[in-house]
Write a protein that binds this ligand. Structure first.
Ligand SMILES: *Cc1c(COP(=O)(O)O)cnc(C)c1O
Length: 427
């Protein structure tokens, strides 16, 4: 479209970059159609849960103090439970982030003498201190919970024999993280997670399984809770917050597990009965309602990124043609200079702080410098267009988010433009 090309030119995106993007889009149109169908299914699933629970305007009222009889809060939790097909859910702004939600799920259901097993290698970075893999005050290790790990085999396969050998009389819980985080293994599909859960439960039927579902919600039509997980856990500034929730986390699972989580979050005896909502319910309901389509937008952006960069010689994880089970796209750019150019493009495309210039800096918990690009309405929200990565081999940026597909597209074209401008790629 002529007008669009002109506007893009004014924004600094050249006709050549635009044309290259359009060519890529033609190629991936069938995959977009598939994503739209999954989004439609999930939209209907969420809508049905709203209707079944008779969500009404009174649900959006603010509560204060103890928050007793908070109908809006209680119904939202039931909506989550219905969508994820679980007996119960804990969904609260008092859960400060994904790591906090995971910490509640672990510490509420593991007692001194119990053992936690990760059959999928090292858990997500921030959980390593929670578990005590890296020593930390108040870790599970300090409370007498031991930890065992079975690494993935070559190619990201489960080491079934290793897992069989690792499960013992102390094994109380199994933790599986669906998304790859900053690792370069593939993200697991819900089907693969289901096979792993079935295998573990065939060896020890009463073992609890927790799945770290961060970045995975609504990418498929089923969730890990549909294939035997006792708890699924995530952050509201990722997929299920739909970009609108201003903070929070969720845990959905069996009544027994969720009761314990609620006692851990508030206090034994109080559980889910307390917790004022501070007037945040509208954004939490509306965000969950929008989440299937926002997730689809972000996924389209990720597929576009892989198909834009892979033909130019950059390794992408997942690859351009590969199926995907979360919204993260890793692009191995091969140099610090390229990482900076890429991130400048993402930042320049942001609705907030577009004038800022991302540069590598030190970050607590990392042994190399990290670069981050984000201009988000909700601080740190990676449901919004963002990119980051540690400045070290293989110089990979992790790109994710985009509240609308159109915005994700602009961000990607802008990143490519900055790469072209820096003389790092030829279109
Ligand atoms: C983001 C993330 C977390 C932790 O979430 P925070 O909200 O940053 O604490 C845990 N696991 C995975 C796989 C994640 O992507």
């Amino acid at each position: 479209m002529e007008e669009l090309r002109n506007l893009y030119s004014e924004m600094g995106i050249s006709p050549a970059v635009y044309a290259y993007g359009e060519k890529v889009l033609e190629r991936i149109a069938p995959r977009f159609a598939e994503i739209d169908q999954i989004a439609e299914y999930n939209q209907a699933k969420v809508l049905t849960a709203f209707q079944k629970n008779r969500v009404s305007a009174t649900c959006f009222a603010a509560s204060t103090g103890y928050g007793y009889n908070d109908e809006g809060r209680d119904k939202l939790e039931q909506v989550y439970a219905d969508v994820f097909h679980t007996e119960a859910a804990l969904v609260r702004p008092h859960i400060t982030c994904g790591t906090h939600a995971l910490t509640i799920a672990l510490s509420a259901n593991l007692l001194p003498g119990d053992e936690l097993l990760s059959p999928v290698g090292l858990p997500y970075d921030t959980l390593q201190e929670v578990i005590g893999i890296r020593p930390s005050p108040c870790s599970l290790a300090e409370y007498g919970v031991s930890y065992r790990q079975v690494d993935l085999l070559e190619g990201g396969k489960f080491d079934y024999e290793g897992i069989r050998a690792a499960i013992n009389e102390k094994t109380k819980m199994i933790t599986i993280h669906r998304s790859k985080g900053y690792a370069t293994r593939p993200t697991f599909s819900v089907g693969q997670i289901g096979e792993l859960i079935a295998f573990c439960k065939s060896i020890k039927p009463d073992v609890l399984v927790m799945v770290d579902n961060c970045y995975g919600e609504f990418v498929e039509t089923i969730e890990p809770s549909d294939v035997g997980a006792d708890m699924i856990v995530g952050s509201l500034i990722k997929n299920p917050g739909g970009g609108l929730a201003s903070s929070g986390g969720y845990i959905a699972g069996t009544r027994n597990c969720i009761d314990r989580c609620a006692y851990r979050l508030s206090a034994p005896g109080l559980g889910q009965e307390v917790g004022a909502n501070f007037g945040l319910m509208t954004s939490m309901y509306q965000g969950f309602f929008l989440s299937p389509t926002v997730t689809a937008s972000a996924e389209k952006g990720a597929i576009f990124a892989a198909n834009l960069y892979e033909p130019l010689g950059f390794k992408c994880v997942p690859g351009a043609e590969e199926s995907r089970h979360d919204i993260i796209q890793a692009v191995e750019l091969g140099s610090e200079k390229a990482m900076i150019a890429f991130c400048k493009g993402i930042q320049a495309a942001a609705p907030v702080d577009s004038f800022a210039d991302p540069i590598p800096g030190d970050m607590p918990g990392y042994d190399s410098q990290v670069i981050m690009a984000a201009g988000a309405f909700v601080q740190g929200s990676t449901m919004e267009l963002s990119a980051d990565g540690p400045i070290r081999e293989p110089y990979a940026v992790y790109f994710q988010g985009g509240l609308t597909w159109q915005h994700a597209k602009i961000g990607m074209l802008m990143s490519l433009q900055k790469m072209v401008d820096a003389g790092l790629v030829n279109i």
